[in-house]
Ligand binder design. Structure first.
Ligand SMILES: [Zn+2]
Length: 425
């Protein structure tokens, strides 16, 4: 008994400084994404992974008396909140498409996820929504990151994407005799409700479903609606009962409009969204998560990666049109998320889309806002992350240039902190 308490006391003694330690970051320039302003010489106080103060030089002087305080000098850099991607597939990579995907086992896909999670964090992305993975691999990944066993961003996993039989979220590569069917396949209002409940049972934190055909699936028409209004409404209602948000994959106008009416939180791709669709999204507060970079990768590298001609032909009809609709969306003032579909192209390049968003109508600070406070709000995590504010997680990145003068600076992030832990310096 005595021995036990002695050990406990010793452990407490050893552990105490680590927990009580304050880290102070001197940010030469800091982008305040809530006001859109750049602040000079800010001192960010971090304790137990959380921002406890954004102080003055006097606060720093007082803190300096405590020898346990650790200083991080980013006085020559621009500091901003960790970035976020609302649409990734960590278990996929950009080099494996089409029939090549049939050779990837679930354990192999999970190992891909481990590697890609680290690449994503090192690129400055401290939180992501993983919109679809086989066999709940993304949920295992989230748990491994949260347990500190794997290096990666905060992950909001969808588990299996729901989809109609033969739709974009089904597997349609093999003939009937192989009886191949995606795990998220479900039809009818009760079928989809059951699937939502299963995803929730195994740990999904968001629900994703396919509301139209898509580029990378075989046998689907990109603009054609998948799921009726009744089925979409059943998905959204069931998810709401379970406290989960809903993301819909949708390219075509009818699928987009029907999903917005059913009450989804975000429309992924939104390639052919009409003016009426943008208006409806704006009225309801629906986010548009438009992946306007990926087209360039698909059309330049896709064939070698195994993307089928059928898919390349579809992409040729989407890319430019989607960018034009993105421009219209920006002008309208509708909520825009930062979603890239990383996994279709290599992870770690998530920031490449920022310059496309600037080229197609956003001010640089607006693009940064979509990838920080905007996404955090879509995820329902705006009280915990998305800006450098007291009470939020210390998810902080820095670059040596000025990203508001050249947004491409964010493609090469020099400093990454997540939850107060420095991963890249
Ligand atoms: Zn996707």
């Amino acid at each position: 008994m005595i021995k036990h308490s002695l050990i406990t006391a010793l452990l407490c003694l050893l552990a105490a400084p680590a927990f009580a330690q304050t880290t102070i970051i001197h940010a030469g320039k800091m982008i305040d994404v809530e006001s859109g302003k750049v602040l000079q010489d800010q001192y960010i106080f971090v304790e137990d992974g959380v921002i406890t103060n954004i102080g003055t030089k006097a606060d720093v002087k007082a803190a300096k008396k405590d020898s346990a305080v650790k200083f991080i000098d980013l006085s020559k850099m621009t500091v901003l909140p960790g970035l976020s991607d609302s649409h990734v597939h960590l278990t996929s990579d950009g080099k494996t498409h089409g029939y090549k995907t049939l050779g990837v086992s679930l354990p192999r896909a999970t190992i891909n996820g481990v590697m890609n999670a680290e690449k994503t964090l090192m690129a400055g992305f401290t939180s992501v929504r993983n919109l679809g993975a086989p066999g709940f691999a993304d949920i295992a990944l989230m748990n491994a990151v949260d347990d500190g066993d794997v290096i990666g961003p905060r992950i909001i996993p969808a588990g299996r994407s729901l989809g109609i039989t033969g739709g974009h979220c089904d597997s349609n590569l093999l003939p009937h005799k192989y009886k191949d069917k995606a795990g998220g396949g479900a039809d009818g209002p009760w079928g989809v409700r059951t699937k939502v409940r299963e995803n929730n049972k195994y740990g999904a934190k968001v629900i994703k479903f396919c509301g139209t055909g898509g580029v990378l699936s075989t046998g689907t028409k990109i603009g054609a609606q998948q799921y009726s209004f009744v089925e979409m409404k059943a998905i959204v209602d069931e998810a709401a009962l379970l406290g989960l948000k809903v993301a819909v994959h949708a390219h075509g106008e009818d699928g987009i409009n029907t999903a917005i009416r059913a009450g989804v939180d975000s429309v992924e791709h939104a390639s052919f969204i009409s003016d009426a669709g943008i208006k409806a999204a704006k009225e309801r507060g629906t986010y548009l998560s438009m992946d306007i970079y990926v087209s360039d990768y698909i059309l330049s590298e896709g064939e070698e990666a195994g993307i089928l001609e059928e898919s390349l032909a579809k992409e040729r009809t989407v890319g430019k049109k989607q960018r034009e609709r993105f421009q219209a969306a920006v002008r309208s003032g509708v909520n825009i998320a930062y979603g890239t579909d990383a996994g279709v192209y290599p992870h770690g390049l998530n920031a490449r889309q920022l310059s496309y968003m600037v080229k197609w109508g956003m001010r640089p600070v607006q693009a940064v806002q979509t990838a920080t406070i905007g996404n955090a709000t879509l995820f329902g995590m705006q009280d915990k992350t998305g800006s450098i504010s007291v009470g939020k997680f210390a998810d902080i990145i820095a670059v040596d240039g000025d990203p508001l003068a050249d947004i491409k600076e964010l493609e090469d992030v020099d400093f990454v902190m997540k939850g107060g832990v420095v991963y890249k310096d």
